[in-house]
Design a protein around this ligand. Structure first.
Ligand code: SF4
Length: 140
């Protein structure tokens, strides 16, 4: 398998070292579009999604890693179809600080201000969508 960079857009200059830390014990939230996209590739929802009591969907782990993490090749096995939250990582929303770079990412300082700003907006939109979808699930 060809090596892949963990960046989402062509203008991304973030220099990912593919350390795999962000795919370890993942708590990555999923939106419905993420789930449908991966299902359309033949994956079965129950194999990669878990739901909490509040209706939030997250990626499952296996042996301490995201079920999609290829430990042998140190890369995401669904890179092209990976969840939106993985695409915008390491930009995350900290409840107290707002949009920040996840401190566990060793490459976070290689991200440009432009990329952080763009991904920050995507994070806010994504989380709004995920909140609404969780609410809908719980009200059914
Ligand atoms: S889907 Fe891919 S990028 Fe996202 S946590 Fe899993 S292995 Fe990592």
């Amino acid at each position: 398998m060809q090596k892949q960079k963990y960046s989402s857009n062509t203008y991304d200059l973030m220099d990912c070292t593919q350390c795999g830390v962000c795919c370890t014990e993942t708590e990555m939230l999923l939106c419905e579009d993420d789930i449908k996209r991966l299902e359309s590739k033949g994956f079965i929802e129950g194999d990669f999604v878990q739901y909490d009591k509040q209706g939030y969907a997250t990626l499952k782990n296996r042996d301490g890693y995201c079920v999609f993490y290829d430990r042998k090749n140190h890369q995401c096995s669904v890179y092209i179809d990976r969840p939106t939250g993985c695409r915008v990582y390491p930009v995350i929303l900290d409840e107290g600080k707002g949009i920040v770079l996840d401190s566990i990412c060793e490459s976070r300082r290689t991200i440009s201000a432009k990329e952080k700003n763009s991904k920050g907006k995507q994070v806010v939109r994504l989380l709004r969508k995920i909140d609404l979808e969780a609410l809908e699930r719980c009200s059914k």
